[in-house]
Design a protein around this ligand. Sequence first.
Ligand code: SF4
Ligand code: SF4
Length: 306
Amino acid sequence: SSTQESLEQEVMDKINNHPCYSEGAHQHYARIHVAVAPACNIQCNYCNRKFDCSNESRPGVTSNKLSPEDAVKKVLYVGGDIQQLSVVGIAGPGDALANPKKTFDTFRMLHEKAPDQKLCLSTNGLKLPDYVDEMIKYNVDHVTVTINSVDETGEIGAKIYPWVHWNHKKVFGAEGAKILLEQQLKGIKMLVENGILVKANSVLIPGVNDQELPNVAKKLKELGVFLHNIMPLLSKEEYGTYYGLNGQRSATDQEVMAAQEACGMDMKLMSHCRQCRADAVGLIGEDRGEEFTPDVFQDMTWEALE
Ligand code: SF4
Ligand code: SF4
């Protein structure tokens, strides 16, 4: 139908203007992540809370945590310096939606003070259905959900997530994993129905979900997720730090390629996400995060920044 076609055109336009999704846009558009979200509401076996959320971030680096106000100041300051700045994301260091007050205070202020910036966030999806309305309100452009299994029994999930925080208590094992999956699928569906672009990340954990990832890919396609990334579990060899409480080793390049192939992935699209840290700044592939520490913009007045 023509509605279908115009929707696809709209999605294509969004992709083409986005530094993370289009090779052509890489050099023309820059992005900034603001690290306003320290808490998390689930436990992933591959997470090391000392560092940024492994959902979207390179492990092994810690971000400067920012208040919403300082985050907005930082965006205005960096936008004055880097003309190509076009995307502002919240990607940790914990989960954007486990810190809803901070995340949406930031988005509300950005919506007012930096209306040209596209807004995005990444999440494990547990609280996604609760916040789709808020995202629509502030015109959030795209969302990244990390989803590592679609196994309805929760057995695979239980090996990845020891617990999720749900209704004020910890729910353990398969029961917790089932809640997480239900919420992820429900939330993704709601986002797609509301025209918000959804990208998914999966962490390839050798011996745990390698056989499961083609099922994940299939489900995501059915739901209308436009891009699915497979990221290797990065284990301790690389960073001198212990990742994976179960002691899984890292995925090899070959294993990642095999999984990507088994999932029928579009290599041209998916190779762009570089798993930037929660306070990344600049063009993709460059990281100027170190330059913009809070002391640079914190004491500036709004008048000076706007
Ligand atoms: Fe860690 Fe991110 Fe998992 Fe939370 S969602 S436990 S911050 S990897
Ligand atoms: Fe883009 Fe990936 Fe970096 Fe997010 S983490 S800004 S999607 S390259």
